[in-house]
Design a protein around this ligand. Structure first.
Ligand code: GLN
Length: 533
């Protein structure tokens, strides 16, 4: 296939219908048919990237290998397809405007008046096609954030309309809507879908495929009615019923021939239906796993999406250990030395979550102390690892004022500190240590064993502060070892207490690289330790 084909995924009626999961499922199915696919997301907000957003606003910030802070939907894309995303896979309105304004200041527009159409829409189109033009992909799936009718999404719809006009058969629009069930009337209602398609039509876009989110099965009559009112072929109206697990969605879409319909409409012969062998095996194993392993997530954001990739990584690892993972959020703000036993007793393992700033940190430190002194498997991730280090310095090395420079600028025992090159940074956005860095593993450690004995790995980072290597000898003499370090900078990337069952902290975020078919080895090893406890 010479030129890439573009699949646009838009959403109507309501937000949170799962456009990310549908986009990921489309990507997965096309990939299963031997196509090279990438999925990108356009977010209609003004922030340059979600890096500066509080997780309460927008859930977790996902980090790509090339160091871009992105929307959490990219996590779904990678977990479903196993293909790395890059900075080109997540673009915000802020980024589009920034690019246009920079060009304007450079004088690139030669005295023209800069307008939403054509300048902003051209920049959107350029960014949509950036990945398609690399020659690396047969299909580019583009998810448009927000809901049709939002003021913010108008320029994106206009860009799609133009691309469809210019590229014709090489583009396709999948529109996701919602069919509510009115319990009082005992009826499923298609009117919101019809209105939403009308809205799309008024922007000049005729959807090719409709995916209807529903809590109840839709009869053929209902689908036919929608097809009829919306000028969409009957077989191109598919339904996405609520399922117990998001990873069943690709199979559900395959059963309704969504991928084959997409290909036919794009003028591509679909060929044989893919088997999805390993994927189905994973689902079977997941369903069969009924015995529980219970994990406490010690963090400060009481919101499902805030630790999305960690939750998914734990639950995926659970499946591969034939266990159902029961995850419970424990708010570190309310953990005290008096109640820690009561709060954490009964869990098979504890994860100390990433984070920024002071709120809830003493609770995390107390949780570290409890797990260390009671030999409960404990996994510290990024800030969580830093808190493990601070706790060890306070209670084992005896430095009562030990802390991270982030939390106490004046401490004498700054066991976690800011690096020289980070000191003069004044801007907050995009200035952390971001993306994949090499990490050499210490042979013979639990960590190295978990990784299967390999000498070196690459893992993704998102932090400003680092282990202060001035204290390293003292830590090691007292039982907390550095078992992973960066070969170029010597920075400490992983700490471990080998005397304990499983007490490991990583300065990086392993959760970003755990996928359905390739669960991350550290999460696997952690869950195994929790089960054996
Ligand atoms: N706040 C810490 C730092 O900047 C950790 C960040 C994180 O957990 N991602 O180093």
């Amino acid at each position: 296939m010479a030129e890439a084909k573009y699949i646009f995924v838009t959403g109507g009626v309501a937000s949170s219908l799962g456009k990310g999961i549908i986009s990921s499922s489309i990507g997965k199915l096309l990939q299963a048919r031997g196509c090279r696919v990438t999925i990108q997301k356009f977010d209609p907000y003004i922030n340059i990237d979600p890096g500066t957003l509080n997780p309460y606003e927008h859930g977790e910030c996902y980090v790509t290998v090339d160091g871009k802070e992105t929307d959490l939907d990219l996590g779904h894309y990678e977990r479903f397809t196993g293909v790395h995303t890059t900075r080109a896979n997540n673009i915000t309105t802020g980024r589009i405007y920034m690019n246009v304004i920079e060009k304007e200041r450079r004088g690139d527009y030669l005295g023209k008046t800069i307008q939403v159409v054509p300048h902003i829409t051209d920049e959107i189109k350029r960014n949509i096609m950036l990945l398609g033009r690399t020659g690396d992909f047969d299909f580019v799936v583009t998810e448009i954030g927000g809901t049709i009718g939002d003021i913010e999404s108008a320029p994106y719809l206009e860009a799609i309309r133009q691309m469809r006009w210019e590229m014709g058969k090489n583009t396709l629009n999948v529109h996701l809507t919602y069919v509510p069930y009115l319990a009082a009337a005992g009826e499923l209602k298609t009117k919101p879908t019809q209105s939403s398609v009308k809205q799309l039509l008024s922007a000049g876009i005729q959807p090719d495929i409709l995916v209807l989110r529903t809590e109840h099965h839709l009869s053929d009559d209902i689908r036919r009615k929608v097809a009829h009112f919306c000028n969409v072929d009957f077989e191109a109206v598919v339904q996405s019923e609520d399922l117990p697990c998001i990873y069943q969605v690709p199979v559900n879409m395959l059963n309704q021939g969504l991928d084959a319909t997409i290909l036919r409409k794009l003028g591509v012969e679909p060929g044989e239906t893919p088997e999805l062998g390993p994927w189905r095996k994973f689902l079977e194993r997941r369903e069969a796993a009924t015995e529980e392993v219970s994990i406490a997530l010690v963090g400060k954001y009481d919101l499902q999406d805030a630790y999305k990739s960690i939750r998914e990584s734990l639950s995926l690892a659970g499946t591969y250990c034939d266990r159902k993972v029961r995850l419970e959020f424990v708010n570190s703000e309310y953990i005290t030395r008096e109640n820690v036993e009561e709060q954490l007793r009964g869990f098979d393992g504890v994860v100390i979550c990433p984070g920024f700033g002071n709120r809830g940190t003493e609770g995390k430190i107390t949780a570290c102390e409890y797990t260390r002194t009671h030999d409960v498997p404990c996994f510290g991730i990024c800030f969580g690892m830093q808190m493990m280090v601070v706790e060890f310095a306070r209670n084992v090395l005896g430095y009562k004022d030990a802390n991270s420079r982030e939390l106490d600028a004046k401490t004498q025992h700054n066991v976690i500190d800011i690096m020289e090159e980070q000191k003069n940074i004044t801007q907050m956005g995009g200035t952390m240590r971001l993306g994949a860095y090499k990490c050499d593993l210490k042979q013979g450690s639990k960590t190295s064993e978990a990784y299967g004995g390999v000498a070196s790995v690459e893992e993704r980072h998102r932090h400003r502060y680092e282990f202060n290597s001035g204290f390293l000898r003292e830590f090691e003499q007292n039982g907390m070892l550095c078992v992973g370090s960066n070969p170029d900078s010597n920075l400490v990337e992983i700490v471990e207490i080998p005397q304990l069952r499983w007490y490991i902290g990583t300065q990086f975020h392993p959760e970003y690289s755990s996928t359905v078919l390739n669960p991350h080895p550290l999460f696997l090893s952690f869950i195994k330790a929790c089960i054996n406890k």
